[in-house]
Design a binder for this molecule. Sequence first.
Ligand code: PEP
Ligand code: MN
Length: 337
Amino acid sequence: MVIVLKPATPEKEIQALTESLLAEGVKVNPVIGSQVSILGLVGDTGKIDAERIKANEYVDSVMRVVEPYKKANRKFHPEDTVITVNGNTVGSKKLAMIAGPCSVESEEQIVTVAEAVKKGGANFLRGGAFKPRTSPYAFQGLKYDGLELLKEAREKTGLPIVTEIMSPHDIDVFVRDTDIIQVGARNMQNFDLLKELGKIRKPILLKRGLAATIEEWLMSAEYIMAGGNDQIILCERGIRTFETYTRNTLDLGAVLAVKKLSHLPVVVDPSHATGKSWMVSDLAKAAVAVGADGLIIEVHNNPAKALCDGQQSITPDAYAKTVADLRAIAAAVGREL
Ligand code: PEP
Ligand code: MN
């Protein structure tokens, strides 16, 4: 971190600031000029609050030279993180194929879809039991009954379950009953939830917030990792832009950025990114082409009747075709399905 001081900052102010920084456990290298002086900080600057330093009346600007995330940073952990769930991996050569309905609706629905996506090439089942809906009057999910139905589908297919948590109160149940805990876009900065998830040892699928920068997203991963849970899968699911044709704007550049900045695996959700079922297959291909470690895709046996996100859900047949088409793309970039 580099702190640029305002011209003609008195010596005693430089001294006072230096002492407060030393007390935070970093080394301070001053470069004192006749007009402008700078303080170069080395050591673990991650804990230093740049905004607070900027509030000092003698400070002109503060620049970070190392990213504020440490545990999620590839600089400190060059090898890719590979997460293993019941023998399936996320982040290895083999792509993680997560598929299933937006929400669990009934036993028949979740079991039918689970069997169909497994046949089509999925190796994880998704399905929401607790749904973060914009309207309080919309279907909110089957909640604990939904988790029971997911367990039944897992029993029948062997597919590990990925499902969204909304409240820290449910962590014990999710640890017991699920395989990967999803943190939805709307909760990406629910810091109390993230801190609690840092205390458990269960993989977390961390979706990018609706309007989160890449750094904010990685800082949310850092919240979980700071607590000791390093099993994080990042999920790019589109961000809010001025464009309204699609539900969100799929940021495939973020996949490349995150793979460079972090060692954590990243999967892409073309369903929420577009809100349009007809775009899902082609953007899934594009995601694999840029190096995503997997895909999370909404599949429903009857999209027109879905209780949530039917417009972006593809049928099991369309899913099977997507997976078949993906094989050639995966092979071209050194991956497999
Ligand atoms: C979902 O996966 O169904 C969901 C609500 O996703 P997101 O948090 O990305 O909107
Ligand atoms: Mn959905």
